[in-house]
Design a protein around this ligand. Structure first.
Ligand SMILES: C[S@@+](CC[C@H](N)C(=O)[O-])C[C@H]1O[C@@H](n2cnc3c(N)ncnc32)[C@H](O)[C@@H]1O
Length: 190
């Protein structure tokens, strides 16, 4: 069997928790692939908030959503995910996706940064409803990516057992160093 790519597995994980009318967040909109998956999963009565610091990424995401007929259910925010808690109300968010690194086809020097990513993950944890999930795809292969991946791993270690179920996946037999998916699912009750 061909192993699923981390991004594909992240899509499967968020689809499992999202239902019609849910609210989801894309913390790194990029070219809009993940935003489209979230927008489809929350349905016409749902809402997605998508962040990116680059206007080019916001424009690419808007274009992709419009082509798919999904734009009306998405709020596009050209701002850092560091400000996620200012822009999104706590308590009713079912999924937050982080897909780290640089914008494919864009400026490769503009990357997510370990400290900001960690702060945004902590803030995202505070927004999630019970049973909600955060997915983080890390790319250790570019400069700064290894440090960021280690920081995410440490955050997941700290969360483990504290009302969170943590999992990870690293594909084998792919380019080295492989991307890694982390997910943190908030307990349903308790
Ligand atoms: C790998 S791309 C995301 C891919 C995207 N999710 C998709 O499906 O096409 C990473 C994105 O993170 C964005 N980014 C970097 N720092 C950020 C920050 N502090 N807040 C929000 N987005 C950021 C970059 O501009 C880039 O577009």
């Amino acid at each position: 069997m061909i192993p699923m790519r981390p991004t594909e597995l992240a899509h499967r994980i968020v689809r499992e928790v999202l239902c019609e009318g849910a609210h989801a967040v894309d913390a790194t909109a990029g070219n809009g692939h993940d935003t489209c998956v979230l927008a489809e999963a929350v349905g016409a009565s749902g809402r997605v908030t998508a962040f990116d610091v680059q206007q080019a990424a916001i424009d690419a995401t808007r274009h992709r959503l419009a082509s798919a007929g999904l734009l009306d259910r998405v709020d596009l925010v050209c701002d850092s995910h560091l400000h996620i808690a200012r822009r999104v109300a706590a308590g009713n968010v079912s999924a937050v996706m982080f897909n780290l690194g640089y914008l494919p086809g864009g400026d490769h020097s503009l990357i997510t940064r370990a400290a900001d990513t960690d702060a945004a993950i902590v803030a995202a944890c505070g927004l999630l409803c019970r049973g909600g999930v955060i997915t983080v795809v890390c790319y250790p292969g570019h400069p700064g990516g290894g440090e960021e991946a280690a920081s995410v791993a440490e955050r997941m270690r700290v969360l483990t057992g504290d009302g969170w179920r943590i999992g990870s996946q690293t594909p084998v037999g792919t380019r080295r160093p492989s991307p890694v998916l982390w997910f943190a699912k908030r307990a349903d009750a308790g």
